[in-house]
Ligand binder design. Structure first.
Ligand code: G3P
Length: 217
């Protein structure tokens, strides 16, 4: 399973990239706003930190303008992945861009039928929003299961990028279901390494090691 981080905070991205565990980055207009930085500039910096796909989202709602925005974004770096919304215009843009060899992440997916359309439009990634689905009284993980089943039925190559993940159990469940990629905020990714018994075990070993009076170096 690939790990993407959902942020436009380059310090956080550098820290996670240094672990060697990071496969890509997702951004959205809200995260760009939160960064307080210029969109094109921050995307260029992120593309220089990670080798994997960096999702940069168009903001237009019509196909023609989406294509013009995508033209600017994809020139930033080879690893830019254009993020388009799950609308008819977004799907049309997805088809045009993927036919032209550009990676596309279709975002704001809230149904398996929407995911089916994205796969037919040649999407590189489909982004079902698990947390926001849950927030609205639906079952976000059941959505991931349905998409997995449908994509496997027809051997679609589109990768399921489980987004809007809020806690480590979301990540665990997505791994069990077989999501291809997860994207989560830096704090959630860091939490995956935590366990109270790991901390307790380390304390015990450190205390006993000190009693030996030895050093390794
Ligand atoms: O980037 C898309 C998605 O991960 C947003 O998550 O927490 O704003 O629902 P959230």
């Amino acid at each position: 399973m690939k790990f993407f981080v959902d942020t436009a905070d380059t310090a956080e991205i550098r820290e996670l990239a240094a672990t060697g565990l990071l496969d890509g980055v997702t951004t959205n207009p809200t995260l760009i706003h939160k960064s307080g930085r210029k969109f094109l500039e921050v995307v260029e910096e992120i593309c220089g930190i990670v080798d994997g796909p960096v999702s940069a989202e168009v903001v237009a709602l019509d196909h023609e303008t989406m294509m013009k925005e995508a033209e600017i974004l994809r020139k930033i770096a080879d690893n830019v992945c254009i993020k388009v919304p799950l609308t008819i215009d977004g799907l049309k843009t997805c088809k045009a861009l993927t036919d032209d060899g550009t990676q596309v992440n279709v975002t704001l997916c809230f149904s398996a039928n929407q995911a089916l359309l994205a796969a037919k439009a040649g999407a590189t990634f489909i982004s079902p929003f698990v947390g926001r689905h849950d927030d609205n009284g639906f079952d976000g993980l059941a959505l991931i299961e349905d998409i997995r089943l449908i994509y496997d039925n027809y051997s679609f190559g589109t990768e399921i990028l489980a987004a809007s993940l809020r806690h480590p159990i979301h990540v665990l469940d997505c791994a069990k279901i077989g999501a291809d990629v997860i994207t989560a905020p830096p704090a959630v990714i860091k939490m995956l390494s935590k366990h109270v018994l790991t901390d307790k075990g380390l304390e015990g070993f450190a205390a006993d090691w000190a009693k030996t009076g030895q050093t390794i170096l």
